[in-house]
Design a protein around this ligand. Structure first.
Ligand code: NCD
Ligand code: ZN
Length: 349
């Protein structure tokens, strides 16, 4: 049987949630990934290092016994974040960036920044201390078409931000367009991007295939086929400034299948296997390791993992759902087959 053994990967964009939902999903990431950059969009949001420390303890307590998974924390940027909080980030050793949600851009982004211009002093401190900014790159002007929000953000917000702060290190999270990929390529080493499995595997037709499919609704939205092709080229092309970030964003079935459903695709159940499909389709499985295990760690200045993990080509059916309290989580690829399976027994701790 065909196998693929690689350095254990990291997930550079993950929503672990809190409470029972955290308990339902944490094990999926811990089985595959050595580390994950944990998003701070809880309610209330994780706005301080003290809140991040407490959240980190809740994550560690929710992990299955014997797992060796390290949550890397982020802070939620608001208009009120003080530069002194950035000093505490740098000193903490466990907070690895500051996440910026333009106010109202996505799930739990109500407390986000109303204008990047309000955060000048914080960004200056981040430049000085080398703290990474993780950016949800979508314009929030309601007049902008939802499919154009990323490209408009690049022009109106990101380009000026990078000019105002020439040393600020930025990750354009879940880049979804050809324009976004081109924008990142045109920048220097201080700008990188994460790529999700759903944007690499699917285009926007998937959300409307045979009817409305709420479990494929995420933000940013799935885009056109030429965008998907450009993302797959960036992921599989060996370029060091593109790396794995699932954006696994679980919401219970009831919250997704509703008259006003939540944005977010749950993918942690197969957080590495889904990418293996993308690399296999491109005939570039040999490049999965660098994308999944090297590029992110290198960008964040963290050591690469030392342990290894094995995938085996042994098609398996993705369950229609996973249990979640008195509700369920519907995973990406529900009811379909994935070619690559995690070989649990041989995954070294
Ligand atoms: C995320 C969530 O549910 O927290 N949703 C999503 O569609 N990706 C928020 C985000 O990352 O935009
Ligand atoms: Zn996200």
């Amino acid at each position: 049987m065909q196998t693929l053994t690689i350095t254990r990967p990291d997930d550079w964009h993950l929503h672990l949630r809190d409470g029972p939902l955290l308990g339902a999903v944490a094990g999926f990431s811990a089985r595959r990934f050595a580390r994950a950059l944990v998003m701070p969009n809880l309610r209330p949001p994780v706005t301080t290092v003290a809140l991040a420390a407490a959240y980190r303890q809740r994550i560690l307590a929710a992990l299955p016994p014997g797992t060796n998974f390290r949550p890397l924390m982020t802070l939620y940027l608001t208009d009120a974040t003080a530069p002194a909080e950035i000093d505490r980030v740098r000193a903490s050793g466990f907070v690895h960036g500051v996440k910026c949600y333009p106010a109202g851009a996505t799930t739990h982004a109500e407390a986000g920044v109303t204008s990047l211009a309000h955060c000048r002093a914080v960004f200056e401190r981040m430049e000085e201390l080398g703290v990474v900014l993780q950016l949800h790159g979508e314009a929030t002007d309601p007049a902008v078409d939802p499919y154009d929000r990323e490209s408009v953000f690049l022009e109106r917000e990101l380009e000026p931000l990078l000019q105002r702060h020439p040393r600020l290190r930025v990750v354009l999270e879940h880049v979804t367009t050809r324009a976004g990929v081109g924008f990142v390529r045109a920048q220097g080493d201080r700008v990188a991007a994460t790529l999700t499995p759903q944007h690499l595997l699917l285009n926007r037709a998937a959300m409307f295939a045979g009817g409305l499919r709420p479990h494929l609704y995420c933000l940013p939205l799935l885009k056109r086929e030429p965008d998907r092709v450009a993302l797959a080229e960036a992921a599989t092309g060996g370029e060091p400034r593109f790396f794995l970030g699932t954006d696994s964003a679980p919401h219970a079935r009831r919250a997704k299948e509703s008259a006003c459903g939540c944005a977010g695709v749950f993918s942690a159940h197969a957080g590495l296997e889904l990418y293996a499909e993308v690399f296999a389709q491109a005939g570039r499985l040999g490049r999965l390791e660098a994308f999944a295990s090297f590029h992110g760690a290198d960008f964040y200045g963290l050591p690469r993992n030392q342990t290894r993990i094995t995938l085996v080509r042994d098609p398996w059916p993705v369950p229609a759902s996973y249990p979640c309290g008195d509700d369920e989580l519907v995973p990406l690829g529900a009811g379909e087959r994935l070619a690559w399976r995690l070989l649990e027994a041989e995954a070294t701790p």
